[in-house]
Design a protein around this ligand. Sequence first.
Ligand code: ATP
Ligand code: MG
Length: 138
Amino acid sequence: MAQRTFSIIKPDAVRKGYTGAVLAAIEQAGFKILAIKKASISKEQAEGFYYVHKERPFFNDLCTFMSSGPLFLMVLEKDNAIADLRKLMGATNPANAEEGTIRRKFAGSIQENAIHGSDAEETAAFEIGYWFAGYELI
Ligand code: ATP
Ligand code: MG
């Protein structure tokens, strides 16, 4: 059954000119781009998005990085979208990411790792609702 997931092309990938290549990889893997928008987010908006990580040592740096430049917010749709996107992304640390994955190809470090993808149905619902209004998902 078609499932929705939420994704971000992170500021490092946008800065390096990888937006088109990342979108191509996503489409070639069979995802429908249901919604996409470019944004420059504030540090406070990043903190709200990543609040589950607020106790982690990297939280402050992560939120500074995510607000360091434009990014692309996306809602993707496909059968098994959540797990399939995580597979296409590769491991959080690009050094551990499998050959052919987006992070292996485009990520520079464990923090500046090119792409975000929701990790479960509940987080996908929260993340889509955090950045998109219902009328944008048609
Ligand atoms: P994402 O949630 O962005 O899809 P993920 O689920 O693979 O990535 P998480 O553990 O949820 O990884 O961490 C969220 C983000 O925080 C990572 O994508 C990365 O940008 C950053 N991050 C995670 N671990 C570290 C770390 N040890 N040092 C620095 N940054 C980190
Ligand atoms: Mg995560």
